[in-house]
Design a protein. Structure first.
Length: 83
């Protein structure tokens, strides 16, 4: 358990701090009332990353009367997670 909302039932979010960039974290939700606990939700996996940066401008590869093909390169910095 990372959050117990007892006495604060209107708070519907949790802020997880101290994460390690590049790791994936798995979360499940379980609700508790006077009838007991619910079943846990399916896992929700989230990666701890920063925003990618260092994008190279989009470039034109080819054009025709009905099509434009553009290309780009991976950013210089991926933010710690696979793109």
């Amino acid at each position: 358990m990372v959050y117990d909302g007892f006495g604060n039932i209107n708070k519907l979010f949790y802020t997880h701090t101290g994460l390690t960039t590049g790791l994936t974290y798995s979360y499940k939700i379980e609700v508790l009332n006077f009838n007991g606990p619910s079943q846990q939700s399916d896992p929700n996996n989230r990666a701890s990353c920063e925003i990618p940066s260092g994008f190279v401008n989009v470039n034109q590869i080819s054009t025709s009367q009905s099509t434009i093909v553009v290309g780009w390169r991976y950013p210089l910095e991926d933010g710690g997670c696979v793109i």
